[in-house]
Design a protein around this ligand. Structure first.
Ligand SMILES: [Zn+2]
Length: 126
């Protein structure tokens, strides 16, 4: 069964890594904002620990940027009921415990796996 993650739990996940240091694999991944997962990056060190997807929730493609950020901003808020967070899964690195969000962007002709590091300061209350 997939673990449904709410904001409370997401905060807990994010805080559980605070003050710790990243392993070399995570260190090589720079994703304070959303990034495509680099081709050479080994994703099998990342383990799914839950999902932000709510089954049967109405589709919401709206993004939430009250402070003028955009989807790619490093300081964009993590608003779990908005796109793309409402389509994201939560991952943890097996080596160091660093937490990430991941979702798959499906365009007409491509599929793009995207990843963003989970930062408790950016988890929004909207
Ligand atoms: Zn790691």
């Amino acid at each position: 069964m997939t673990n449904i993650v709410d904001r409370e739990m997401l905060l807990k996940f994010a805080r559980s890594f605070e003050g710790k240091s990243k392993c070399a694999t995570c260190e090589s991944l720079s994703c304070a904002g959303w990034e495509s997962i680099p081709g050479g990056f080994i994703t099998n060190t990342l383990e799914s620990i839950g999902t932000l997807r709510v089954e049967d929730a109405p589709e919401n493609w709206e993004e939430h940027h009250p402070k003028g950020t955009n989807m790619w901003s490093k300081d964009a808020p993590i608003s779990i009921s908005f796109h793309p967070y409402n389509k994201s899964d939560v991952y943890e690195c097996r080596n160091c415990g660093c937490k990430y969000l991941r979702y798959t962007e499906c365009g007409g002709y491509y599929v793009d796996e995207r990843i963003r590091e989970l930062n408790s300061d950016l988890i929004s209350f909207d």
